[in-house]
Write a protein of this length. Structure first.
Length: 434
């Protein structure tokens, strides 16, 4: 970020409000990106590979506070800029990759609700993607002197070769017919089916004439269909971003964990063997989720062999070409740069409006270091939140002194962050991922 760059008020407010609440902002990420240059370069290559017809999968692994959610959101924005359709969701007890009680269907529905494109980055882009497909079919039909229905069926024909492809194309054809007839109810029914909002086959058959619905057993098959469809609709591919994979690690049922890990193995094999096209997966999780020999991915031998670290990548050497990207902790230098950027954002990009001098950044870091030790830059949630709070107080109280405020500022939790994480405490402090 250039020191002379002005920050849009919308971006400024979104960033500051999100950081004060302890969450990663959805807007203006480019203004607070620090470090991670090599990791970003790798995922940029992945995005380009997806756009060229290939596939990619990355497990973004880091401790609580290492920056997984920020990195996933940054990659999401890169995907949008590169003409990909992006769908994202957090795993939760009621949303997982494999289930028998509707949890996989719930994850699919959440992914589709969050569908984003470059023109609709905030989600809800499914109708516009389908409308783009219909619009392109109209243009092609007019240019080639053919019927629109013929063009629609011809373009959707390759999908019928895939598992569940017939019902998928039937629903899209139903949407086109409803669009021609001006039936909003018909279009809405098709979109409901595409978003996995039908819970029974009977209801779907009555509304759309299809034999099946998107359910737990067909979760991954429909993701592959979706990836093929968005390319037909004029985009370069599909990027699927899943965060909070640690929820699979937390499953108490060994069978449930194994079933979900088997689904991950299926996806991994498809990508590594070249069976998938125009699709990418980013999965965010903790080291325990990956390496725990009893409950993590390493407890599943086939996954352990595929995700094992390069034995030559040691003593400071790294290998980012494999499926696993390990996010290194922020350094004190990184945190200094971040604080400088936050100060600049708070000032709206105006150097003359900086609320504190450079000296205050160093003093603030010293203050944090004395309060909570080295953990202040490894898991910087409290430090970042406190710094934004400090700027807010100075803005609203021009006569206040930052030196006096630092003398009373409470940055640290009673228990150090590293100890809280090691103890497995799932509190706000441990869950922050900047």
């Amino acid at each position: 970020m250039s020191d002379t760059a002005r920050i849009k008020p919308k971006d400024r407010d979104a960033i500051l409000q999100a950081l004060r609440a302890g969450v990663v902002p959805r807007l203006g990420l480019q203004h607070i990106q620090v470090g991670r240059a090599r990791e970003v370069e790798e995922v940029l290559r992945d995005v380009e590979r997806i756009g060229q017809g290939g596939a990619a999968i990355r497990f973004v692994i880091g401790e609580y506070g290492a920056g997984k959610t920020f990195f996933l959101n940054l990659t999401r924005l890169i995907g949008l800029e590169k003409r990909l359709v992006v769908i994202n969701a957090d795993l939760a007890p009621d949303r997982r990759l494999h289930a028998s009680g509707g949890q996989a269907r719930g994850l699919y529905a959440e992914l589709l609700r969050n569908m984003a494109t470059r023109t609709k980055p905030d989600g809800g882009a499914l109708p516009s993607v389908v409308e783009r497909f219909i619009g392109d079919a109209h243009k092609a039909a007019k240019a080639e002197g053919r019927g629109v229905e013929e063009v629609v069926q011809q373009r959707l024909a390759p999908l019928e070769e895939l598992v569940s492809g017939f019902d998928f194309t039937t629903v899209l054809t139903h949407y086109w017919k409803a669009s021609e007839e001006g039936s909003e109810a018909g279009k809405s029914a098709a979109l409901r089916w595409l978003r996995a909002e039908y819970s029974t086959r009977t209801e779907a058959r009555q509304a759309l004439g299809v034999r099946d619905i998107i359910d737990d057993t067909s979760f991954y098959d429909y993701l592959k269909l979706l990836a093929r469809f968005v390319v037909i609709a004029g985009y370069d591919g599909l990027l699927i971003v899943l965060d909070e994979m640690v929820n699979l690690y937390k499953l108490t049922s060994t069978q449930a964990r194994s079933s979900n890990y088997e689904q991950i193995l299926r996806i991994l094999n498809d990508v590594l063997q070249g069976s998938a096209a125009h699709v990418g997966f980013l999965l965010g999780g903790t080291p325990e989720f990956l390496m725990d020999p009893r409950r993590g991915l390493y407890s599943y031998p086939a996954l352990q062999s595929r995700l094992a670290e390069n034995r030559f990548a040691r003593d400071g050497l790294v290998d980012l070409s494999g499926p696993v990207i390990r996010l290194q902790n922020l350094t004190p230098e990184d945190l200094y740069v971040l604080l400088n950027k936050l100060r600049h954002i708070h000032a709206g990009g105006d150097l003359a409006r900086h609320a504190v001098p450079d000296e205050a950044l160093t003093a603030f870091m010293d203050h944090c270091s004395k309060r909570i030790g080295n953990a202040y830059f490894r898991t910087p949630r409290n430090s970042v939140t406190a710094f934004v709070d400090l700027l807010a107080v100075l803005e609203q109280n021009p006569a206040a002194s930052w030196r006096q405020l630092l003398g009373t500022l409470e940055v640290a939790a009673e228990t150090p962050v590293a100890d809280a994480v090691a103890a497995g405490e799932d509190d706000e402090l441990a869950s922050f991922k900047l």
